[in-house]
Design a binder for this molecule. Structure first.
Ligand code: GRF
Length: 197
């Protein structure tokens, strides 16, 4: 299975996928990495792993629809079977979402705390348990059918970064395990529910 991974940041989730992608038993290879950020640390990880990259910067396009078309074309070049959003911090339009099978990882237990600050919002709310979610991307923001979740405790002295780091430990393995299963067994969405196998 050919994976294209979209990133905006350091790429710890991408690193976890790259660590497995040479394992024939895993069933999925990262064939391309696409980012909106020329300075994304994840680009270095991709280059070190010999994975081709594409940088599609919103500012280089006359408007957001043109940027979405650029992202769709950049992904299509790699002929993916599955697209993985791993710390990608932009909202994708139907031009992208309707064209590819896409999964996303979010650092909270959806439907709680969607959006760009899920870790900060969970901490501010005072929950004792948060976690991470892998879900199929639909036209909404963090709203698609859920594939897998993992719970992570919130400690009394946590701040956003200590909590996010703890979530990321669970998130990396949840994403690798879920993407691997989807690659080996197939992924389908029926009546708004996602099913692997
Ligand atoms: C991940 O926790 C992801 O869920 C969130 O931002 C973080 C990105 O981390 N959107 P990385 O770039 O994979 O290290």
């Amino acid at each position: 299975t050919r994976l294209v991974v979209l990133v905006s940041g350091g790429g710890s989730n991408l690193a976890a996928l790259l660590a497995r992608h040479d394992d024939p038993a895993y069933g999925a290879r990262v064939v391309g990495v696409v980012t909106d950020r020329p300075d994304a640390g994840a680009l270095d990880l991709a280059q070190e792993a010999g994975v081709p990259t594409a940088v599609v910067v919103p500012g280089d396009f006359e408007d957001r629809p043109a940027w979405n078309r650029g992202v769709a074309e950049a992904i299509a070049v790699f002929s993916p079977d599955l697209v993985v959003l791993a710390g990608f911090m932009r909202i994708l339009s139907p031009v992208v979402v309707d064209r590819f099978s896409i999964v996303n990882t979010h650092p909270a237990l959806l439907p709680s705390f969607p959006g760009a600050h899920g870790v900060r919002d969970a901490l501010a709310y005072g929950v004792k348990v948060t976690g991470c979610t892998v879900h199929v991307v639909d036209a909404g923001v963090d709203t698609g059918p859920i594939l897998a979740q993992a719970a992570v405790p919130v400690l009394d002295d946590d701040d956003e970064s200590t909590l996010h780091e703890r979530i990321k430990v669970a998130e990396r393995s949840l994403l690798v395990e879920t993407v691997g299963r989807a690659a080996r067994e197939g992924l389908a969405v029926e009546e708004g529910r996602a099913r692997i196998g």
